[in-house]
Structures are given as structure tokens and as C-alpha cells.
Design a protein around this ligand. Structure first.
Ligand SMILES: [Zn+2]
Length: 279
């Protein structure tokens, strides 16, 4: 299996959401930098450019397309490391993100509840999703037909981000917000962690047939060097142990791990997350 940065830079694996198209740009071993295009206005944006090179090469390959904006979910280097170099090439590009000295490149501040209108066809709602970091945000867009989400390192396919700066309680409350989004919401996360996550999901719920079926389709995708991202909230509700804290099989496993019989949502989530850390 090739690392993602060796993938072709052509925008394959496109997801079409009405006038909006979203494509992954592979970076490092397993990061996805998301390229978003409004096919009517021809504007484009990128999400979490941890590396400049694949982004600049991609834009060059698209008839020297210029950039309308950069969206940042959180401050980790593999999400922002390419911004400075991209701004050297496209100096006036607005950079959207939270106000923080950890991402000094941000020029357009956004926060929970804000509406960010980027084009006639693209409006995001900002959702605060603390847990992985203390100021992580997600970008959610919804119109009459399509809903989609850029969740950074919060909601992975069959997994969730590590708790670097937040408590289990904070991460759970963030995931509750994402779980409540429309079932058809397409979730673009920032890493290809799916096969490992599914091994863990399987260990949490050995009898879950949805996990088995999904695992087979993901193995097939990865064997063909294709991304397993995005999925939908609906799919995640069936297979993601970190959205299934109130499923009997998951609570039973968490109780076994905790060696006590009845756990609340936070305790269940915390036990499963702790197990994943040492899995
Ligand atoms: Zn991160």
C-alpha cells in the first residue's frame, strides 16, 4: 500500500454535493487535505493544509487555479504546517479559524455558532468540538439536499481523535453535537485511520455485522489505494464505537473494562477511549 503522499495529485475520488465538489489531497502518510470547489463560481478552498507542496502542485495542475480561502480546524502541525508557504504564493488568501496564538496565520476569526458564507453555494456553520484540542472546530454545511462536515481530528471513520487537551466529558459532548447532525451528513475527516479503527471497533463489538461488512468494503478500497473517507453520520452510527456509547454491547464492554456494573455515558465513553489508547 502506498502512502497517501505518493497518490496521484489529480483530483480523483471526488464527492459531488450539488454545486460543491470535495476531493482529497493526500499528504504525509495518512493525512487528507480537503479541496473544495464551487463548480458554479469556480472558487476553491482547502481545509487543514499540513503540507504546502501537494496543495500547490494540485492547484498548478488545475490550470494554475488560485485559492479563495484556507479553513483550519485546529492548531496541530500536520494541519497548519503548509499555510505559510501557501500564503507566499497566494498572499491575500483569507485563513479561517479560531482566534489563537497557536495559529497566527488565521486572518478571519470564527467561533461556535458563527455562519461563514464563502460563496453562493457554500455556507458553513461553525461547531466547537473540544476534546482533541481545547479549541478544535468543525465546519458544517447544510442545504435542502446535502449536508457535509469537515471534522478535522474529531470524528474519524469508525473512530475519534485522541484526548490531547480535553476530557472525555468534553469529547463526548462534541461527539453528541455531531451525532445529532442529519443522518445523510457526509463527514470529511483528516486522516486515513479506518482499517486500524475498524480492528478496534470489532474488538469492542465482535457480534456487530455492520462492522464486518464495512470492514470488507474498506479493505477492498485500501487495496486499490482509494480513500475510505468520507462516510456519513448514518454509517458511523452503525459502526463507530465512539458514537455508540448507549448501545448495550458497547456499555457491556465498557463495564467489563471498568470492572463495575453500571456506567453513565461519560464513563462508558471514557473506558472505550482509554482502551483504544492502549489497543
Ligand atoms: Zn490533531
Amino acid at each position: 500500500m502506498n502512502s497517501l503522499s505518493e497518490n496521484t495529485l489529480a483530483l480523483i475520488n471526488k464527492t459531488t454535493l450539488g454545486a460543491i465538489e470535495v476531493s482529497p489531497i493526500g499528504a504525509f502518510d495518512d493525512n487528507y487535505i480537503w479541496y473544495i470547489e464551487d463548480t458554479e463560481t469556480q472558487q476553491c478552498w482547502i481545509v487543514d493544509p499540513g503540507s504546502a507542496e501537494p496543495v500547490l502542485k494540485t492547484l498548478k495542475s488545475l490550470n494554475n487555479k488560485s485559492l479563495s480561502g484556507i479553513l483550519v480546524t485546529h492548531h496541530h502541525h500536520d494541519h497548519i504546517g503548509g499555510i505559510d508557504q501557501i500564503l507566499k504564493v497566494f498572499p491575500d488568501t483569507p485563513v479561517y479559524g479560531v482566534k489563537s496564538d497557536r495559529v497566527p496565520q488565521v486572518s478571519m476569526f470564527v467561533a461556535e455558532g458563527d455562519t461563514l458564507e464563502l460563496s453562493a453555494n457554500l455556507t458553513f456553520e461553525i461547531i466547537s468540538v473540544t476534546g482533541h484540542t481545547r479549541d478544535h472546530i468543525a465546519y458544517f454545511s447544510k442545504n435542502s439536499k446535502h449536508s457535509f462536515l469537515f471534522s478535522g481530528d474529531t470524528l474519524f471513520v469508525a473512530g475519534c481523535g485522541r484526548l490531547f487537551e480535553g476530557s472525555a466529558e468534553q469529547m463526548l459532548s462534541s461527539l453528541k453535537k455531531l451525532k445529532a447532525l442529519p443522518a445523510n451528513t457526509v463527514n470529511f475527516c483528516a486522516h486515513e485511520y479506518t482499517l486500524n479503527n475498524l480492528k478496534f471497533a470489532e474488538a469492542v463489538e465482535p457480534a456487530n455485522q455492520d462492522i464486518q461488512e464495512f470492514k470488507h468494503s474498506c479493505i477492498e478500497l485500501r487495496n486499490n489505494n482509494k480513500p475510505t473517507v468520507p462516510t456519513t453520520i448514518q454509517q458511523e452510527l452503525l459502526i463507530n464505537p465512539f458514537l455508540r456509547w448507549n448501545d448495550p454491547a458497547v456499555t457491556k464492554k465498557a463495564a467489563e473494562l471498568a470492572e463495575k456494573p453500571v456506567l453513565n455515558d461519560v464513563e462508558t465513553f471514557a473506558q472505550i477511549r482509554l482502551w483504544k489508547d492502549r489497543f
